[in-house]
Design a protein around this ligand. Structure first.
Ligand code: NAD
Length: 466
């Protein structure tokens, strides 16, 4: 039978979550995938990156920390091939889990490249024809290559190429100090490679809180990572340790060399082959345009994830997918899309949600702010992770929480407290009502919240900031 209630094209975290949600709501669902379930997140993104970060951080920590807590960890070494194997096994296990979930929910899996045709049907690999009441486009994104001479030289790779490396690179130049750039810099600097980051904008992690990017720059420099900001890459050529990257910093030409060049300069929607001949769909720049119900200009055709404008994150793709299925079924979604957190898996971790104090200032919103430095947090002292802070921003008067920024151990887990608070319009006092266990990193949240209303327990009283 080739007729479904819903055909999802793309089985990444957007598509597979939407397919399961739709199947659970009683829809007869097919999902078309050309590579493997799990999409970028599982196969070439979040999961392999975090596995590499975990392995390399453990290695680095054993060197740095063991002696400080009375352990001997002499001759700690690594086998890069085995790290890659562990990364691959982790990915494979999770992919299998998703395949099992699709099957358990009675979803028809079709291998191949799906194309939306002018008559509203979906063809797979140009032959098999499927029909459905609704189609959900969830094909994700692919790395963008910057159009400069030398970008196609051997040794110039994107994140896809880094995950495919079987040998540890001795040195690398990373083009782009965004999330991908700083996470790869963390992995390879931890493993002892010489790493240089070249970022065109004035700061690395330009979209994050300014104090976070400045702190990360200092931490990276201490780790031996060379960082050039306000530096635009012009070309790449062979030479030096393998490749030479020519860039301009403050209008002056300069060069960086490395065995490998990683282009981490953003990602673009993966639309190749998605639209058949004569399909006219409204675009928003390079993205597929959707209305507030994730429906495209073609009635019954929805789009989510990295192919639409918004945050290019696995969890936002999943959230958009769940909402799109709710809208298809005439239901108002319960998810609040205004509180999507962003996380960076550096050391310490970075996470933020909602607005920063600077955003509030730009928008003319009067806010109160609280901050807690983690050096006064017991658990952080125990684990020698006292570097970092938690900041909270709340509306003046109502004390409604508007945002939080964290740079500390477990920040990427703890940010969920603030995400829940923002999604439910909670105030500082409401988030303070729960007793946090001791000793935990989460106690820092209590302290930051207390600071916002001038009641901090473990820090000296200070002037209230506006
Ligand atoms: P990004 O947009 O975060 O950063 C790319 C950086 O490259 C920018 O800062 C940009 O200024 C710089 N750049 C572009 N052209 C340049 C040039 N010629 N010379 C020097 N610098 C240049 O993109 P990304 O890091 O590639 O990540 C892509 C997407 O994937 C992002 O949306 C990111 O949020 C997402 N992602 C998320 C996570 C996570 O959630 N932990 C991890 C990895 C990627």
């Amino acid at each position: 039978m080739n007729k479904f209630d819903l055909i999802v094209i793309g089985a990444g975290p957007g598509g597979y979550v939407a397919a399961i949600k739709a199947a659970k709501s009683g829809m007869n669902v097919a999902i078309v995938e050309s590579i493997r379930a799990g999409g970028t997140c599982l196969n070439k993104g979040c999961i392999p990156a975090k596995a590499m970060i975990h392995a390399s951080s453990l290695y680095e920590e054993m060197h740095r920390e063991a002696g400080r807590v009375g352990l001997s960890a002499d001759n700690v070494s690594f086998d890069y091939g085995k790290i890659v194997e562990y990364k691959q096994n982790t990915t494979d296990e999770l992919v299998k889990g998703i395949e099992g979930l699709l099957e358990a929910n009675g979803i028809t899996r079709i291998d191949g490249r799906g194309t939306l045709e002018k008559d509203g049907s979906v063809t797979v690999n140009g032959d098999m024809k499927l029909e459905a009441d609704k189609v959900l486009l969830a094909t994700g994104s692919v790395p963008s290559l910057i159009p400069i001479p030398g970008i196609n030289l051997k040794g110039v790779v994107t994140s896809d190429g880094v995950f495919a490396l079987s040998k540890m690179p001795e040195s690398m130049v990373i083009i782009g100090g965004g999330v991908i750039g700083v996470e790869f810099a963390t992995v390879y600097a931890n493993l002892g490679a010489r790493v240089t980051i070249i970022e065109a904008l004035p700061r690395i992690l330009q979209n994050m809180d300014k104090e976070i990017s400045q702190n990360l720059k200092m931490i990276f420099k201490k780790k031996g990572i060379e960082i050039h900001t306000g530096a635009s890459v012009k070309s790449i050529e062979e030479g030096g340790d393998g490749l030479i990257v020519n860039y301009e910093e403050k209008d002056k030409p300069a060069q960086a060399t490395g065995a490998l060049v990683v282009c981490a300069a953003g990602r673009k929607p993966n639309l190749e082959g998605l639209f058949g001949e004569g399909v006219e769909i409204e675009m928003d720049g390079k993205f597929v345009a959707v209305n507030d119900k994730f429906e495209t200009s073609i009635p019954g055709v929805y789009a989510i994830g990295d192919i639409i404008k918004g945050t290019q994150l696995a969890h936002s793709a999943s959230a958009y997918g769940i909402c799109a299925v709710d809208y298809m079924n005439g239901r108002e979604p319960e998810l609040n899309l205004n509180s999507i957190p962003g996380c960076v898996y550096t050391s310490p971790e970075i996470a933020q949600v909602g607005i920063t104090e600077a955003d509030a200032k730009d928008a003319g919103t009067d806010v109160i702010t609280g901050k807690f430095i983690m050096s006064a947090n017991g658990k952080s002292l125990i684990t020698h992770e006292e570097r970092g802070f938690i900041k909270v921003v709340a509306e003046e008067g109502s004390h409604r929480i508007l945002g939080a920024q964290m740079m500390c151990a477990r920040a990427t887990d703890m940010i969920a407290e603030f995400t829940t608070a923002i999604a439910n319009d909670m105030t500082v006092e409401q988030l303070l009502a729960g007793v946090r266990p001791h000793p935990t990193y989460n106690e820092g949240i209590t302290e930051a919240l207390e600071d916002a209303i001038g009641e901090a327990t473990h820090v000296a009283p200070k002037r209230r900031r506006k």
